[in-house]
Design a protein around this ligand. Sequence first.
Ligand code: ADP
Length: 230
Amino acid sequence: MNGKRIDGREANEMRKVEVKLDVISRADGSAEFAFGKTRALACVYGPKALYPKHLQEYEKGILRCRYSMAPYSVDERKPPAPDRRSIELSKVIRLALEPAIFLEDYPKTGIDVYIEITEADGSTRVTAINAASLALALAGIPMRDLVCACSVGKIDNTLVVDLNGKEDNFSEADVVFAMMPSKGKITLLQMDGVLTREEFNKLIEMAKQNCYKIYEIQKNALKEKYKVSE
Ligand code: ADP
C-alpha cells in the first residue's frame, strides 16, 4: 500500500467529519453526519402514541428505523423503492441504537427515525448511526449515551479505519462497529471476509479508539448548540 491509502490517508485516519444539527425544522430532532463523501441525514419524530393500537407494547416504546439510499447518492441511479439491503440495514441500525434509549419510559409509544443517505461512498450504515444518534439526542429523548460508529478493515495486508467506497470493494475484510463510549458497550459488530484473531482484536481496538474521537466531535457539536452565553 506504499504507506498511504488511495485517498492519501494514513491507515489510522478517518475521513473529514462534518456535523450539522437541526437541519429539518419539522422534525423533533434532526442531524446530518458526513465521513468525507458519505453523508447521512437523520430525522426523528416522537415519542408519540402508536397507531394502529396492535403495534403498541405495554411495557415500553418501540423504535422504528428506516434507512434509505437516495437515487442520486451513487453514480448510477439507485431505484428508490426499499430493497433487501435497505430493509436489512434499517434493522441493523435499529438494533445498534435501541440499547441507548430508555424505551421503558415510554410505553405504548413509537419513535420514528428516518435516515436518508444523500451521498454514498462507503460505510453508509455507520454514518447513518452517527447521524441518528445525534438526531435522537436533539429530539430530547433520554439516552444512556450517544452511539458512535465507524468501519475498520484490512486492505493490502494493512489494517485501516473508515473505509471509503473503493476500499470497501477491494478490502480483504471489513468490520462495522458501534458503541456507547461512556459505558464501553458495543451495540453493533458485523464482519465480512477473513481475519486472524490477532488482526480482529487489533481492528476492534482501532474501531474503539476512533469511536472515542467521534464521541468528542458529537459531544462538542451538542455542547456548542446548548452553550449558555455569558
Ligand atoms: P455500507 O454502506 O454500510 O458499507 P455496504 O457494504 O452494503 O454497506 O455498501 C458498501 C458501499 O457500496 C456503499 O457505501 C456504497 O458506496 C456502495 N453501494 C451500495 N449499494 C449501492 C448501489 N445500489 N449502487 C451503487 N453503490 C452502492
